[in-house]
Structures are given as C-alpha cells and as structure tokens.
Design a protein around this ligand. Sequence first.
Ligand code: PLP
Length: 405
Amino acid sequence: MGSTENGYSSERRFGTLAVHAGAPHDPTTGAVIAPISLSTTFAQTSVGSPVGLYEYTRSANPNRDNFEQAVAALEHAKYALAFSSGSATTATILQSLAAGSHVVSVSDVYGGTHRYFTKVAAAHGVHVTFSPCIELHVEDLIRPNDTKLIWIETPSNPTLGLVDIQAVAEIAHRHGILVVVDNTFMSPYVQNPLDHGADIVVHSVTKYINGHSDVLMGVAAFSSESLKERLTFLQNAIGAVPSPFDCWLAHRGLKTLHLRAREATKNATTVAQTLESSPHVISVNYPGVDSHPHRAIAVKQHRDGMGGGMLSFRIKGGQNAAHLFCKYTKIFTLAESLGGVESLCEVPSSMTHAGIPKDQREAAGVFDDLVRMSCGVEDAEDLKADVLKALDLAVAASKATNGSF
Ligand SMILES: Cc1ncc(COP(=O)(O)O)c(C=O)c1O
C-alpha cells in the first residue's frame, strides 16, 4: 500500500499518522498548524466556479476535511465523515435505511443509541432486534430481504463485554448485510474494526479522539464508494455537522491519541489489578486482564491485547457503598462521560443507565453496586492510592449505615 484517498501514506505508523495525516502546511503562509476557517461561504469567480475547493461550510469546510482525513487514516478507511455528535452520526447512518428495514444490534449499546433505535428509528419504520449474545444468535435473527445492518458496540458499556467482530461480519456478509461497529470505548489506537471485517466504524469523538472533554462531535469511517455517496449526501442534507472550531480542536486532540491511549491503558490495568486484590470488591470487568471472560477476543482484536482506559467493578455494600466510593475519590471526578485526560467515575444504575428497568439492567450485569471508571493520564500510583482510600472509606461508612454485610 502507498498513498491513500486521504492523501497520506498508509505505510506510516499510528503516531506519525496521528500527527501528520490531514495536517498539510499552509501553502501560502507556511503555517504548520492550519488556521480555523470560520467563513460560512466561499467566493466564486463566475457562477459555479468557486475560487478553491469550497462553496458553503455545511457541505464542506477545510478544518472538517482535515479532521476527516486524519480519522480515515487512523481507522484504515478511505473516507471519514464528521458529525455534530456521536448521536448525530448514529442517526445519520440509521436514516440511510429505507422504511421497512430491519437492524440487529447488541443489547448493551450506549443508552442514547438504544433510545434512538427504539424511539426514533422505529417511528420511521426501521425496526431493531437486540441480542445479548450476537455471535451465537445473529444468523437466526436475520430476516431475509429486510435486515440491512448489524450494530455492534465492543466493549459493551458499562460491563466491558467483547464481541468478536470478525465472527459476526462473516455471517453478515454471507447475507449481504453491512456491519457497523461503535469503537468509541477503544479508540482507533486500540482497535480498528474495519480490519476485522466491519463496513463502518463510528465514534463519539467527544470521548477518546478529542480526549480533553471540551468538544461534542462524532465521526463515521468506511471505504465503500456507495457509502461515501449516500452518507455524504445525508451529512449535507440533514446538516448535523460540527463547527470548524470543534473540528480544529478535535484534530488537535487526535494528534496525541496514541500517547493518551497508552497511558490510560497502563493506568486502567493498575487500577483493575488493585481492585481485583481488594477484599472490598466483588468482581472487576476489564478486558486487559487475564481474568476477563473474553480475554481471547481482546488479544485477537486489540492492539497488543490492550484493555483501554475503561473498567467497572462491583463494590461490597450495595448501592450506598457505590455512591460513597464515587464521593470519596479525590482524583477520579464523579461525572458522566469518558475518554478524557482526567479520570472519572460514576454509578451506572443511578446515572447513565438509570432509564433501563432494573430487571433488564441486572440481566446485563448492571447491578446497583457497579461503579464505572474512566482512567485518564494522571500517574498510576496516585490513581491506585485514590482508589484504595475511597474503597476503605466507602465500605466502612456503608457498614456503619447498613450494618455488616
Ligand atoms: C459508546 C458511545 N456511543 C455513542 C455515544 C454518543 O455520543 P455523543 O455524546 O457524542 O452524542 C456515546 C456517548 O456517551 C457513547 O458512549
């Protein structure tokens, strides 16, 4: 392979691509960093003859183009399209399906994706069947002629279960069905779903790609010409596009993704091992350690078997202890979202997953005592000390309230 559609040699390695793909020097000033192109419209010399490549910023903008080229390079795709949020990316892909289409999805999708599938797509005649074990059941769930898409999120949120993308893609492709993978939790540094047979990879850029908790954005990457034609049309027609400023910021964030993803994985591994050896912990979900039930998939599908920066665990002492743990941590901030340089923690049953009925939640492993953690890039030893202290305090305080357990 040499140079690609996205204009940068695919022979380069990840860090080089992260820094240089979609980042040309300004041809007139030599500026190493692209200026932010705020103009909404671009001059034409005669009707239909724009001065440069651009006409109107919803259709295309220099900063969005640069960002899209960088993501395409990192996801081993020919093309990428950016949207105003991860949710807008999902919505645009679902809107590309005709009424009457059917989708098979993993059960443990992000709550907003579940909401879109069940409350919005359904109203437009697109119906989604959810499967808790998609590798085993996908063949039986496919409806000949109607099933158009299979939607995978791996790892799942918040229990960090993994799906074998290649196994699902082989079945899907036998039936002429496209596979979409939401790769938000792993980022392109840890996992490249197109290499395992997926047709489209989507991200909430808001998380690892931007990485600094200051931009809301989404992106889809793929290599098919027909997808490019259809999704580019919808990107412009629906208009859920990011601002030039957000594209510029997210592109700046992306340039250090490899450094952040490595540190986050190192930190999450330390925290997972700390939790596993604590008497206050019932169980730990982290795909980077050998105790994880899907570790073999992580080894096959993730760069160097890395586990990424996300983990979850069950604390002894029930919901009260889970809430107290998140209150007592000093470095981990109690907040939703993930993938930033700063470490965060939350209680899914009371926060991100509170809308799911308790029986369904618990069937998926989301118990009231589950804590989800996003490890940032602080020092591992400080994160470890923060977790150990908060565990001691939370379990002691909840014992005092609940009696011993
Ligand atoms: C896995 C996953 N996909 C999609 C989304 C939606 O992204 P956004 O918040 O950028 O709309 C999120 C948000 O948390 C997410 O975690």
